[in-house]
Design a protein around this ligand. Sequence first.
Ligand code: MN3
Length: 208
Amino acid sequence: MIELPKLPYGYDALEPCISERTLRLHHGKHHKAYVDKGNDLISGTDLADADLETIIRKAHADKNQGLFNQAAQVWNHTFYWHSMAPGAGGEPGGEIAERIKKDFGSYADFRDQLLKTAAGQFGSGYGWLVLDGGSLKVTSTSNAVPPFVEGQVPVLGIDVWEHSYYLDYQNVRPDYLKTVVDKLLNWEFAAANLADPDGVVQKISKEA
Ligand code: MN3
């Protein structure tokens, strides 16, 4: 059984950047629907008691697109909730600041790349900061694809499906993205992911 993880903060905690109305719908309806549909698909199969990471990797290997989409979306949303925190965002300090400088040139260059890449993802998907072969990179994926099925370690992720911003920003995805990057990105979560890159996928998987 897959479970719907709790939000790591209250539904109103990200106001005014992301409204309570958006979070209630996004977590209580969208995220929950992926959990429910995933459970319908694994019920009575040999994946019924498997952990979420196993379900995602098996569905991906078997090209079981229906199950992959639901299970990966459960994981992606849990990761996205943790990628934000009230009163966070902006330029990080500490070791991660050095790594950003090394791999992007400057925080401003990183910010620019992330905003452009996430805004430019055609249709639904996610913008990501990932570890790829030991270097930090910005990337985007389509629909439900998490970066770990492509061999990258997710460090931060931003949902760019319209349901994540339409009530608050209508069609203006770039304004939503700027707000998330400047006011919500959870660098403590990113630092924890960088400190234990092999444990990232399982850590999120265990919440479901
Ligand atoms: Mn979503």
